[in-house]
Ligand binder design. Structure first.
Ligand code: NAD
Ligand code: DAU
Length: 360
């Protein structure tokens, strides 16, 4: 039985990954979820698996060397999947420091502690141990030409403090592979969407605001392009890489599903109108008139587009969920989980929202 140490498992993608893995492997794996529970971490995302004997939650910070070491000392960890990060570009523009601390120094701690636990006297590593670092397509920068794509060989050109911190962490992982022959992979994925995404990110923010009849803020001209992937397809890709990828390699993961932000907003409004019953009081709030163009994000990358050719050729990965199906599933999930929305938007969310959007 393999033991996975998943960091950041209480966040959006991490919790979807844990759900995916238990659905696929049930009692044949063990998962330890190490998460410090920042504003983005929420144990409600994992309520239904809390009682499993093959699941353990550890509240700890990836920057805390002693705490991470204890987890390695007390458990035979086979695989590390490193999701834990500060993940929101707008927050990184406001406060870059925590991005460097968590994303760069935290990743360094994870690398060092895994290396310490797995390295044998001769410098080789315990059989089968693997470290997968979850990264992003934003490290490649921005594409201007519509026929260009990000490949694994595309030079890094990050623009935001967030993407610069992720690029730095990728370079650290690569340096451990090159210097110590450390058994790691890097995956660079495009924009994810699906259940449990914190409503600071475009799709859940638009759904939340539309249901409340609040403005739908569109940065700049709304024509920036993102390449959207249903989160379960990302989870499937990570599983395939850690269980079959070539050590030391990096793999791009993306949905071949490029859309302008303004298109995404129209699709969400159409989907809400389709799914909401006429008798539902929230339906009267949903209106195109809420769309409001606001001051652009500083340094806003124009277009991201991933070429997932390598993961397809080597591992047979392909996105399974068409956007039309995925967005319907996603909107439906948020409609049915209003309590979750309310939970995550209570507390400091309103303060964050006012700071970022008032007078913009
Ligand atoms: P998220 O913000 O929803 O979740 C991050 C999780 O990490 C939270 O549970 C948080 O509590 C935890 N965390 C933060 N700092 C920590 C620390 N110091 N120690 C332990 N835990 C900590 O993020 P997400 O959207 O799920 O992204 C997960 C990973 O995937 C990130 O590394 C991100 O860069 C990468 N990624 C995200 C996307 C996307 O579209 N969301 C796409 C590609 C890659
Ligand atoms: O590409 C992968 C990345 O995708 C991940 O690495 C990041 O963790 C994740 O947050 C995401 O980054 P983006 O900046 O692309 O996602 P976000 O949802 O913040 O914004 C998507 C697009 O929508 C972007 O062009 C900015 C725009 N936007 C966003 C918000 C929150 C708006 O127009 N209005 C908004 O209110």
């Amino acid at each position: 039985m393999k033991t996975y140490l998943v960091t950041g498992g209480a966040g959006f993608i991490g919790s979807n990954f844990i759900h995916y893995m238990f659905k696929k492997y049930d009692n044949d794996i063990r998962i330890i979820n190490l998460d410090v529970l920042t504003y983005a971490g929420n144990l409600e995302n994992l309520e239904d698996i809390e009682g499993r004997e093959n699941y353990t939650f550890v509240k700890a910070d990836i920057r805390d060397k002693e705490a991470v070491r204890k987890v390695f000392e007390n458990n035979e960890i086979d695989y590390v999947v490193n999701f834990a990060a500060e993940s929101h570009v707008d927050r990184s523009i406001e406060n870059p420091e925590i991005f460097v601390e968590t994303n760069v120094l935290g990743t360094l701690v994870m690398l060092n502690e895994a290396k310490r636990a797995w390295e044998k006297e001769d410098g080789s590593y315990k059989e089968g141990c693997r470290f997968l670092h979850v990264s992003t397509d934003e490290v490649y920068g921005s594409l201007n030409n519509l026929t260009d794509y990000f490949y694994e060989t595309t030079p890094y050109d990050p623009h935001s403090p967030y993407s610069a911190s992720k690029a730095s962490s990728d370079f650290l992982v690569k340096s451990y592979v090159d210097t110590y022959k450390f058994p790691a992979f890097i995956t660079n994925c495009s924009n994810n969407y699906g259940p449990y995404q914190f409503p600071e990110k475009l799709i859940p923010l638009i759904i939340n605001n539309a249901l409340k009849g609040e403005k739908l803020p569109v940065y700049g001209d709304g024509k920036n392009v993102r390449d959207w992937l249903y989160v379960e397809d990302h989870a499937k890709g990570i599983d395939m890489v850690i269980n079959g990828g070539r050590i030391g390699e990096k793999y791009n993961i993306g949905g071949h599903n490029e859309k302008q932000n303004i298109e995404i907003i129209h699709i969400i409004l159409d989907t809400l109108n389709e799914l909401l019953d006429d008798s539902d009081p929230r339906k009267k709030n949903v209106s195109e008139e809420l769309i409001t163009f606001v001051t652009d994000r500083k340094g806003h990358d124009r277009r991201y587009a991933i070429a997932p050719d390598k993961i397809k050729a080597e591992l047979g990965w392909e996105p399974e969920t068409m956007f039309s199906e995925g967005i319907k599933k996603t909107v439906k999930w948020y409609l049915e989980n209003e309590k979750w929305f309310k939970g995550v938007t209570s507390g400091d969310y309103q303060k964050y929202y006012d700071k970022m959007y008032t007078g913009r």
